[in-house]
Design a protein around this ligand. Structure first.
Ligand code: NI
Length: 168
C-alpha cells in the first residue's frame, strides 16, 4: 500500500469532472486500499479520487472513530434526499479551513461496492454530509464554493498562511 499525495485547493485539477468507473478490478481495489490508507493517515473521514488526481467516480469514507465503518462508493448516485442540516465541514484539500455548509439531512445513495456489486442505503447526519461533500468533488466542486465571498476570502488567507508555515 502507499500514501498518495492530495491535491491542495485552489489546484485547478480539483475542478475536473470525474468519469464513471468502467471496471471494478484488482487495479481499482489496489487504488481503493491506497485511498483508505491515505485517508486514515491524514486523518480524514472521506476521500474522493479527484483529490488524489485520479478523475474517476470513486469515493472512500469512514465516519467512525475506530475504522469500523469503511464505505466504498463507486459511480455513486443520490436517488433521494430529505430535509436540511447545517454542518461544519473541512476537507483534506483545504487544510485548516472549517465552515458551515447547508446539506440534505438524509440521502439515499446507490453505488457499486469494491466487488462491483450494486447496493443502496439511506443515511443521515455526518455520513450524509460526507457523501454529499465527496460527491461534489467528483463534479469538480469544493465546499468553500458555497461560502459567501467574504468568508471564502478569509478561508483563502488562512490557507495561504498555512502553506507558508508549512514551507518554513
Ligand atoms: Ni473534501
Amino acid at each position: 500500500m502507499a500514501l498518495l499525495p492530495i491535491l491542495r485547493f485552489p489546484d485547478p485539477r480539483l475542478r475536473t469532472i470525474a468519469k464513471p468507473v468502467e471496471a471494478v478490478d484488482d487495479a481499482l481495489r489496489a487504488l481503493i486500499d491506497d485511498m483508505f490508507e491515505t485517508m486514515y493517515h491524514e486523518p480524514g473521514i472521506g476521500l474522493a479520487a479527484t483529490q488524489i488526481d485520479r478523475h474517476i467516480r470513486l469515493i472512500v469514507m469512514d465516519v467512525s472513530d475506530d475504522k469500523t465503518n469503511k464505505r466504498v462508493l463507486i459511480n455513486p448516485e443520490i436517488v433521494a434526499s430529505q430535509g436540511v442540516q447545517n454542518c461544519k465541514e473541512g476537507c483534506l484539500s483545504v487544510p485548516t479551513v472549517f465552515a458551515e455548509v447547508k446539506r440534505a439531512e438524509t440521502v439515499t445513495v446507490r453505488a457499486l461496492d469494491r466487488d462491483g456489486q450494486s447496493y443502496e442505503y439511506t443515511v443521515g447526519g455526518l455520513e450524509a454530509v460526507c457523501i454529499q461533500h465527496e460527491m461534489d468533488h467528483l463534479d469538480g466542486k469544493v465546499f468553500v464554493d458555497y461560502l459567501t465571498p467574504l468568508k471564502r476570502e478569509m478561508a483563502m488567507k488562512k490557507l495561504a498562511k498555512y502553506a507558508r508555515a508549512e514551507q518554513d
